[in-house]
Design a protein around this ligand. Structure first.
Ligand code: ADP
Length: 541
């Protein structure tokens, strides 16, 4: 017996059409230099039609990849819809990748056209000889600067010559819509190809109240870059709902962000923890009116409990802690409190919120031990997290490494976790970061969180250092807050750690460093530290 409901294709085009008809006056703002460029969904959706016509005129056909090299701004948002809805594939490039990786990615994706910010012209000129498939360059501005790139045209000139009506094709829901590459900790980056269906369902997933809960009334500011898992998929959900958007542009210092959050009365924002750590320091010292801000989505790396507490207790601001991956569009879990947990004492509630949390409806999770068996939900047994669901990849794009990442139809995340009786996940480590000491596994993340809760510490990264007897032992690399640069001692940190860990878990040594190296998306880059300290001789303890 078949159900008798419409075989309705889940594509992004109805999001666009809905916003066009229902929310033409809602605002979309971009910070551009010192000024703000204000437009509306009405204007933007009209420009998306012009842009689609321009793409078709330059020869972009169904399935062709349209690359971008850009910040969080309105033009980039226009590309987010023009390319997929005309049948092409949006491909945002990570601005912070080294040149060899960028060249690899552009050639592997076979990008046909490259849209870029004017200021990147010199950088792209240097790489263009290596691009094998790019046939057209577009400068994302009103004019074309002096450049050797060819053929090249300006974005605004393209749009000026087109009409806003575009005969949007009837797409199939499994058609490709967009792609991103993971930053690739070893070897070349891997491509993830999102479908219309996955982006549609992921947008629904983001807007569930038990998830991030984006709504029409929000004024949403994505600080997470639009090249990092498509700004976590949020621009698609914003269009779907008609949510007002504030794009922060290129300048993301804590002061820039605080001013913009305040001036535009932002209600919801999103970014990686390092960013919010910086903002917290600023808010501790200067006053900004952030009374409209109802939530700050934090993901991409663990939100330290101390940070969640500091925001809430000192500034009345709520962190919404989420976990995900490029391969998952990225939404996996959101750490909201259950009804039964609301009355718990402060310390317990904050500890729950610092976990990665239960999977959002739509994502299935399980953890598997070294023998391939599912681990119990006892909050103790470590296992590798595996996931499946409608917005999770089934294969990397043209990549022979695919089979290694799958197990019985589940995607292997590479995260080591424990799961509690409620199904709430706590990441203890990435599998390559966990410290294997004797037969025990030590979580580097746990220890980092405790060290970072020390009032004199700004950042901490704990890495494994080879050890003759124990195989590996932990070394803590600690960045003191500026005021305590010369006064913070190892003993103070050991004293603090002893309140939480027994002797066998304590790091064998502590070194003070100026900053923890960061990856291209602003996460701690521990492989740099691992290389730096690979021959470090640990003292006897
Ligand atoms: P990359 O870090 O390689 O650029 P992703 O952005 O896809 O790629 O990173 C996904 C990984 O980031 C996850 O597998 C997990 O290890 C880590 N991560 C993401 N969110 C969180 C979180 N809230 N807490 C801890 N780790 C997280």
């Amino acid at each position: 017996m078949q159900g008798l409901m419409m075989d309705y294709q889940l594509t992004l085009t109805p999001f666009l059409e809905r916003a066009m008809r229902m929310f033409p006056k809602k605002e979309i703002v971009t910070k551009s230099g010192p000024s703000l460029e204000r437009s509306t969904y009405g204007e933007v959706t009209e420009r998306i039609g012009r842009l689609a016509n321009a793409l078709a005129r330059m020869g972009i056909r169904s399935g062709d990849r349209v690359a971008t090299f850009s910040f969080n701004n309105t033009r980039h948002f226009e590309l987010y819809f023009a390319a997929p809805c005309m049948g092409a594939v949006l491909h945002p490039l990570n601005l912070r990748l080294p040149p060899d990786q960028l060249v690899y990615i552009v050639n592997h994706a076979e990008d046909k056209v490259l849209f870029f910010e004017p200021q990147f012209a010199p950088a792209i000129e240097k790489l263009s000889a290596h691009f094998k498939t790019v046939k057209q360059y577009v400068v994302m501005g009103p004019t074309v600067p002096e450049t050797t790139l060819s053929p090249v045209v300006s974005y605004e000139e393209l749009l000026r010559n087109e009409i806003p009506d575009y005969p949007w094709p009837r797409l199939q829901e499994n058609d490709a819509a967009a792609m991103c590459y993971t930053s690739g900790t070893t070897g070349n980056p891997k491509g993830v190809m999102y479908s219309h269906r996955s982006l549609y369902l992921h947008s629904m997933g983001l807007s569930m109240a038990d998830s991030v809960g984006l709504v029409e009334r929000d004024i949403y500011m994505p600080v997470v870059p639009m090249f990092h898992v498509l700004a976590w998929g949020t621009p698609f959900a914003a269009m779907m709902l008609g949510t007002s958007i504030v794009f922060p542009g290129p300048h993301l210092t804590p002061r820039d962000l605080a001013e913009l959050l305040s001036a535009e009365k932002v209600t919801l924002t999103a970014g990686v923890p390092t960013l919010w750590m910086g903002l917290l320091n600023l808010l501790d010292n200067e006053r900004y009116d952030l009374s409209n801000l109802r939530g700050m989505v934090v993901g991409g790396a663990a939100a330290p409990q101390s940070m969640i507490e500091a925001y809430e207790k000192r500034h009345g601001l709520k962190i919404i802690h989420a976990w995900g991956m490029t391969e998952m569009t990225p939404l996996g879990t959101v750490s909201n409190l259950l009804r039964s947990q609301e009355g718990l004492p402060d310390a317990e509630r904050f500890a729950i919120r610092a976990r990665q949390g239960p999977p959002v409806p739509g994502v299935e999770t399980r953890a598997i031990d070294e023998n391939g068996k599912e681990v119990p939900w006892d909050n103790k047994t470590f296992g590798e997290l595996e996931v499946r669901g409608p917005w999770i990849i089934k294969s990397y794009y043209n990549d022979e490494r695919t089979p290694q990442s799958f197990h019985d139809g589940w995607f292997k995340t590479g995260d080591v976790v424990v799961i509690d009786e409620n199904g709430s996940i706590q990441i203890v480590d990435r599998s390559k970061d966990v410290i294997k000491s004797g037969g025990e596994w030590i979580s580097s993340q746990d220890m980092e969180n405790v060290i970072m809760s020390h009032p004199k510490v700004a950042e901490a990264a704990v890495i494994a250092v080879p050890h003759p007897k124990w195989q590996e032992r932990p070394l803590a690399c600690v960045v003191p807050k500026p005021d305590f640069k010369d006064s913070l001692t190892k003993e103070e940190i050991y004293e603090h750690l002893k309140t939480k860990f027994t002797k066998m878990y304590l790091p064998d040594d502590i070194v003070f460093i100026d900053a923890v190296p960061k990856t291209s998306v602003g996460k701690f880059d521990k492989k740099v530290l691992r290389v730096q300290y690979k021959d470090y001789v640990l003292p006897d303890r």
